[in-house]
Design a protein around this ligand. Structure first.
Ligand SMILES: Nc1ncnc2c1ncn2[C@@H]1O[C@H](COP(=O)(O)OP(=O)(O)OP(=O)(O)O)[C@@H](O)[C@H]1O
Length: 634
């Protein structure tokens, strides 16, 4: 049971503790890890506002800044807004922070890229030398990769300055990709004394929000920096290990922190009503015993568990549940049609399924390396479709010739000034580009819905827009190579399968999907949708939340609510992981469940689809999560 305290101010001392760490004469580092809704972000903003008033002038005089690293652009914007866009606070995502640090170090970057490419080429050559058949798909594609990396080495000499866009595709010859930028910055911070001195003189304070999910290599580098420069530098980490949901973070973060780190704690949950705080405390209790207390005035609150038969119609059931919640809470905004409910699906798959972009989404989503970019809209390759071709097709469908021309002008190399100036026959060229554009757009004539590969082939043939990376590898295959690959795939042996490049395989599938799926994918991610994922709503809050737990629809990999609710036996692998002290899918699911439930302010409905309703109910009561009168079987 969570207690009600007579004051909401019990954690107010934490802001002071953090503030003391910023004392320029005696900087300290701190680790503020506390539960959901405990006001970590609010503390960050409060302390910086005070720092600005008291030390802002000195910082401006010495051109120093406080760096605040956030997990997403949206979080960076939110914090910047709340800090009044003060120039002494530099709020950045890890990508733009990294790039700001290294962007002028062309010579060092070149050395790093060269060494890295050489290493990758050696690895590929080694794999190639062991290939059974140089004419199979994997080997053909691998040869092309070696070629493209070798070419990149050749071009390195011609680069006078590298470029990078933290929110873009980075496809020009002098650009670095997202992974490279973070790896380079982290390595330079970790290993170069000069870099460490530059960083601490520019940023005597670095704060990392959501640090439980921040890229491990960067967190390690910042720890190293703190250790080497602790008398001149303060590192502040904010987060909550119970809200760790991406694989990139440091899984032992906070363990063995040096004694001189300040570790304030917070116990109040300022967000949710009492019943919700009680539930999230109980979800968390087997992990770290942290228990929160609700604010004094947050007395009531509603939680309900609807245990649903997997075979039922989901849309019908979810509407019914919203109606039931309206009656239970007497809150008319629980209305399914025009109310204000945030529905949290387990994974984007479920929205992809409901909204019709599953085939585009699933193959890419299966690949860890592609997942983040796919979800935050930075996946190189897909951007060609979403950011260039989709607006182009939409303009064409509206017969908006002006926008068609504008989009082509903005993105086509053929229309770059450099290219046009060098061309002898400008008018003829412009006509050709125009023709190529309308040849491409004719694919959508009379309501047709072309496959992505068809679109890509035309774009490539006319060199209309840049195609790079994996997609270039696929679309560059000659007819002869395609035939070879098709014949091979008819009688592929197991060894070839193991050898396959999973990224190319995934794109091969994706490129067979119709273009309309791009539009649906884009709509889902850019709309202010009533759907969110358990992961995507980290840091956010909503009055009414419906959490959908359905392994089957989510295809069950990575997370398993069935196992969390005890409706499915542990697999041998789970058991093996437990025996070896390794994390299982259950723990990941529990954290996700914690994040999802803790977004709710007033009322929360959990919709658990299962084949074993009785067992889920029994366990939900046994775990102490729900009372019997809070559970309904549907
Ligand atoms: N001391 C406080 N007094 C009043 N409201 C507070 C206080 N601290 C936080 N809040 C409010 O509680 C809510 C949650 O705060 P915040 O988002 O800072 O928490 P958090 O710890 O960052 O949450 P999470 O980890 O769940 O993302 C916000 O609406 C915030 O304004």
């Amino acid at each position: 049971m969570s207690e009600i305290y007579s004051s909401n101010n019990i954690d107010d001392g934490v802001d002071q503790e953090i503030y003391d760490c910023f004392n320029p004469a005696q900087p300290r580092s701190f680790f503020l890890f506390a539960g959901a809704g405990s006001g970590k972000t609010r503390s960050l903003v409060n302390v910086l506002a005070r720092f600005k008033t008291e030390h802002g002038a000195d910082f401006r005089l010495y051109r120093q800044k406080i760096a605040i690293i956030t997990y997403t652009n949206a979080a960076a914007d939110e914090i910047s807004d709340r800090l009044g866009h003060d120039p002494i606070c530099k709020v950045r995502t890890i990508h733009s922070f990294s790039w700001d640090l290294i962007s002028n170090l062309t010579k060092d970057i070149k050395k790093w890229v060269m060494a890295n490419l050489q290493f990758e080429i050696l690895k590929l050559q080694d794999e190639q030398s062991r290939s059974r058949d140089l004419n199979n798909k994997t080997s053909i594609d691998r040869a092309r990769k070696i070629g493209s990396k070798t070419n990149r080495i050749r071009l390195l000499d011609t680069i006078t300055k590298f470029t990078y866009n933290p929110n873009g595709d980075n496809i020009s010859k002098d650009s670095l990709n997202h992974i490279e930028v973070i790896s380079i910055a982290a390595e330079f911070i970790r290993t170069k004394d000069l870099m460490q001195n530059i960083v601490i003189s520019m940023f005597p304070i670095i704060l990392v929000d959501e640090s439980q999910d921040t890229k491990k290599e960067m967190v390690d580098a910042l720890f190293q920096l703190q250790e080497n420069k602790k008398n001149k530098f303060s590192l502040g980490l904010f987060g909550d290990m119970m809200q760790r949901i991406y694989g990139d973070g440091k899984d032992d973060l906070g363990k063995n922190l040096p004694d001189d780190w300040t570790q304030p704690s917070k116990v109040m949950n300022h967000r949710s009503t009492k019943r919700i705080v009680e539930l999230i405390n109980n979800i968390r209790k087997d992990v770290d015993k942290q228990r929160q207390i609700p604010r004094v005035e947050r007395e009531r609150g509603v939680v309900r568990l609807f245990v649903c038969d997997r075979a039922s119609s989901k849309i019908v059931l979810e509407k019914l549940i919203a109606k039931k919640m309206t009656a239970i809470t007497r809150d008319t905004l629980w209305n399914f049609e025009d109310g204000d409910i945030m529905t949290l699906i387990l994974e984007h798959h479920m929205a992809a399924n409901r909204m019709g972009f599953f085939e585009l989404f699933e193959p890419l989503y299966k690949i860890d390396k592609l997942k983040t970019g796919l979800l935050d809209g930075t996946l190189p390759g897909l951007n060609l479709f979403t950011k260039i071709l989709l607006p182009l097709v939409q303009a064409y469908k509206k017969n908006d010739k002006f926008s068609v021309a504008k989009i082509v002008k903005k993105h086509s190399k053929l229309l770059e000034r450099e290219y046009l100036v060098s061309s002898d026959e400008q008018i003829k060229n412009l006509k050709e580009i125009n023709k190529a554009t309308y040849d491409l757009l004719s694919l959508w004539e009379s309501g047709k819905d072309p496959k992505l590969i068809e679109v890509l082939k035309i774009v490539r043939a006319a060199s209309l827009f840049p195609i790079t990376g994996t997609m270039n590898i696929i679309v560059s295959r000659t007819e002869q190579e395609i035939e070879l690959i098709e014949n091979k795939s008819d009688n592929q042996d197991e060894e070839d399968d193991n050898d396959a490049d999973e990224i190319i395989e995934a794109w091969d599938k994706v490129l067979q999907t119709p273009f309309s799926q791009v539009e649906k994918y884009d709509h889902y991610f850019s709309e202010n949708s009533k759907f969110g994922t358990h992961q995507g709503v980290k840091g956010l809050q909503y009055s009414r939340v419906m959490v959908i737990a359905d392994d089957e629809e989510a295809r069950g990999f990575m997370f398993s609510y069935d196992k969390l609710f005890g409706a499915k036996e542990l697999s041998n692998t789970d058991q093996k992981n437990i025996n070896e002290g390794k994390e299982t899918g259950i723990e990941k699911t529990r954290r996700l469940f914690y994040v999802a439930c803790s977004r709710a302010i007033e009322s929360l409905a959990i919709v658990a689809y299962t084949n074993n309703q009785a067992l889920v109910k029994e366990n939900a009561i046994k775990y102490g999560w729900f009372r019997e009168d809070e559970i309904e079987l549907l």
